[in-house]
Each structure stands twice: as structure tokens, then as C-alpha cells.
Ligand binder design. Sequence first.
Ligand code: CA
Ligand code: CA
Ligand code: CA
Length: 615
Amino acid sequence: MKVFIRVVCVHLWLTLTVAAQAPEIFKVDPPSWWSGSTVNPVRLMIHGRNLHGARVDVQGLRIINTPAINERGTYIFADVFIPPNTPPVKRSISVTTLRGSANSSFEVLAPLNRAGRFQGFSPNDVMYLIMIDRFADGDPSNNGGIYDRKNKFYYHGGDLQGVIDHLPYLKELGVTAIWLTPWYDNYDRLNQIELKEDNPSTGFHGYNPQDFYTVEEHFGSLAKLRELVESAHRSGIKIIQDQVMNHTGPYHPWVDDPPTPAWFNGTKSKHLKNVFQTWALHDPRAVESLRRETMEGWFLDFLPDLNQHDEEVSRYLIQNTLWWIGVTGLDGIRMDTWQYVPNSFWRDWTRALKREFPNFKVVGEVKDGDVVHTSFFQGGKVRFDGVDSGLDSLLDFPLFYPIRHAFAEGKPIDEIPKTLAKDYLYTNPEILVTLLGGHDDGRFMSENGATIAGLKLANAFVLTTRGVPQLYYGDELALEGGDEPTTRGDFPGGFGGDARNAFSAGGRTKDQQELFEYIKRLTTLRREYEVLRTGELVNLYVSEQQYAYARRGPSGAAIIVINNDNDAASMEFDVSRLATGGVFKDQLGVSRPVQIDNGKMRVTLPKRSAAIFVR
Ligand SMILES: [Ca+2]
Ligand SMILES: [Ca+2]
Ligand SMILES: [Ca+2]
């Protein structure tokens, strides 16, 4: 009996030891790819344990490299070749060592039909930024975890279904493209590393990914995301994904177990603190060390900085970008923290992107009010570092601040044309994304001096000047919120139990309804008059509180006149380059028709008003 027990024990010990050493697979990135892609082979990153010496097999496909395995045996990099017209099926993938084998899956997809997908964006669009968690709760069943609508740092229940449900509202407002804040899976716990107002917070905003290949469970699933893209496209609305390539969230599994030794710049215990010495990034005279803390420091000192100089990191991120597009059919990208990622990486990234999706467009976030700095990052030109980043567009922050100063605070309006005068520094100012509000700044209506009248003028300007106009959810209702995250408040009516539903006219106040109709009128005019989208911007008249400009095209011109003053104003200016005579009619119902005599236009506008004249 004793001997028998001992034998059983030894057997158990052996079984446990072998089991502990047998390989395991936790995750395969990417989980799928499509045939006919410009990326072939696809590099699989297999995460698991006990992977030392493993052989990788994918059912029916060939692995064409000798897989690289990291020192701890936790990551394998294997290149799978996908021949054209490979049947779209889910395949088993196995890793085998002397200790055993483990299985997972990898799916080959049929490529999506390109018609109506991967469309890019242009000045023909009106973009609308939605913070997913704060827009509309279309599926209360996913409101688990750290969810509390009374806590501004917690999840509030908004999701992808909520966006699908309100596509008709966006269509009515005249929106043609939705920029959604990141839908990557963020941590399912409270962030104790960065406290806000002494409070721990969730990643409800989406910018702290713990998994680049999964949809946040509070927002929905990959299937729901595909449904959103399809539904939006059926409504004539494009989808812009918000991506992050500079950093991961603080709780990403890579932080404690990096796939390669140089996966991050630094480690949790030893890294550069991020400084914002951003001017050095465009300074041809700065030595590299002057740029390092800005480029490689951990953002806000807690977001692990990805090292895009590492070949595996670069490959991983490029494939990750293409994967979201290729499996959903989405149309554009807003790239977070663009300036903190090396230009040489962006060059490779944009090349790979345009090779697969030639019409695709990217807008980068460089949060800076200086045109000299911002314009440096636009592609189409080789910079001092010998690199053309290939970036299409930038968020027009240099114009954002003057818009706020003039239309919210009532400061001189001439700061706007003075900023536009620097457009020559951009390789393509027409594609810049113009905005009067966003999720990282207090709302327009919380600025000192802000009024509905001023907000209307700001909208009139953004929707008639050059560029791609971007609206921020809730600004069309004059929502308030002076700081982050109050600037990310809940859309009234998007959530169960809301006192009123501002998605329909009956749920809006008189002011809100007037503002909504005003913006809708502007988007309608922009749609009806091509010249307001694509015409050349010509500055006609500038004084301290008045500004007149034209959009000039082959079929004529539209003349926009803004009086930002608290008194009525009359002005006379030369329009002979546009018209020598004729009657121009205001489309916003503010001014009487104006007769042009000898190339001169005389306009009188009431206080704080704008007119759009067309012949
Ligand atoms: Ca929900
Ligand atoms: Ca999550
Ligand atoms: Ca960086």
C-alpha cells in the first residue's frame, strides 16, 4: 500500500512537472487576415508559455521563416504565407515542443469588396467626433464592471449599438463621417497609477489599450463594429477610427513581459519622464538627445512608450492598423499623439497603408497652436531628417485657438485670417481638419464670454472656411463642461432614464433647437454649394471684429461675411476678382440681397451675425 502511494505520488509529480513545461497558447495576433493582401507573409505573434524550441503549424498554410522565440519562451514570431484565393475558413494553429503541443486558431477571410469601403475623407465631408462611452447606451447588457453614471471617471454605458441607433440623427444634422474615440480593449480595473483629482479612473476614453486586437467589452464586439461600419455606409456616413501607436495602457501584459527586449523605451521601473520639449522635434539644429525625452519618455509619465525602432514593434503596429481596416471596411484614421512617434516609422506605416488602401486618409493629432510646428508633420515633403512621413492631414489646432478667442471670448477676429495667412507652410492646407471643439479641451460654451450667438458664428466659420470641418458631439446642443472629463459629458437622451431626449426636436430647449437648425442649415449649404467645400479661399476684408472671405470656384463664388462685434457693422470691400456686378443673396437670412457695383460690395450686418452670399 505504501509503495503504491509512493508510485502514485511520483507519477503525479511527473505529470505535473511535464504539464508545467508543456507549451500553452494564450493569444494569436492577428487572429485573422484576408487573402490577396499586399502584406504577405503575415507575421503572427503567438503569446503563451513554454514556447522554447517550438515548431509552429497552421492548418493548410506554410510557415516560411524559422520562427523567432523570445528569451522567456513567451512569444513566437512566425510568418504565415497566404496564397491568393485561399479558401476563407478558420484554421487550427499549433505549437509543438518535446513536452507536448497546444492549439489555437487563425482565420483566413475573403477580402472585403472595395466598393463603398476604405473611402478616405475630404473637404466634402462633415466629421463628427463621438466619445463612445458618453454618446448613447444602446445595449445595457454590457454595462458591467466599473460602471456608474454618477462618477465622471467611470464607464457610463455608451456603446457601438448606441451609435448605430442614432445614425438617423447624425444624418439629419448633415454628418458624413464619424470619428469614434478608441474602441481597443482598455483595462477592466481602476487605474491607480494616474489619479485624477485624487480619484482612480477607468479607461472609458479608450486611450489606454491593454489589447490592440479586441473591442472593449463595454462598447460591443468585432461583429458589432462591422455592423456599425456597414450601417453607417448604408446611410452615406464614413467611419474614422482613433488609433494609438505611441503607447499602451499601463496594464498591458507587455509591460511585465515584453515580447522583445527593446519592445518599450525603458521599463516600468526605469524610463524617461516625458517632457514636452516639442519645438526640438522640428528643429534641424537640435541634437538627438534634445528630442529623446519628448519622443521616448512615458507619456504623462505612466503610459509605456512603444519603441517603433524595434523591427517587431514596427511590424506589429503596421499589421494592427491594416487589420482593423481590412476586417471592417472603415474609411479613415485619426492618429493619437502623432509627434511622439519617429517619422521614419510613420513613413513605413503610411506606405504600407496606402499600398493596401490607396484612397485611405489619416489625420494626425499634433496638439500645438503654432503653424510652424504643426505643418512640419504633414507629409508630401522630405524634411531635414530625410523623411517624408506621408501624413495626409492634421487637426488644425493653430486655427482652433483663434476660433475660441474670437467667437467665445470676443477677442479680435483678425487673429483668424492672420493664422490662415500661414497656410503656405503646409503641403496641403485644404485637407486639414478644422474644429471649434474636441474631447481634450473644455467645451466652447464653458469659455469666458461664450454665448449661443458666438457658437453659431464659430460653426458658420468652420463650415465655410477651407478644410474638413469636424464637430464635437453635444456642441450642437451648446453642452457645457469646462475641463476633462466634464467636457466628455453624456449626450442628453442617450441613456436610460434621461429626463429629456435631445436626439429629437421635442427634447431640445428653444436655444438648442435654434442652434441645431442653424448648424443643419450650414451643412445643407455646404452640401448644396460645391464651392463652399472645394473653392479657393480668398480673404477679402479684415478689421478687428469683421472678416469677409470668399470661396471661389469655376462656377462662381460664395462670399462669407462675419460681424463678431456686439454692434451692427457696415463694411465695403473690393470683390472685383470675383464679380464686377450682379446681385448676391444671403443664404442665412441675415442680410438683404446685395448689389455689386463696379466690383465693390457693401454689407451691413446686425451684431454677432454671419451671412453667406451666393449669386
Ligand atoms: Ca451599454
Ligand atoms: Ca476592457
Ligand atoms: Ca514615443
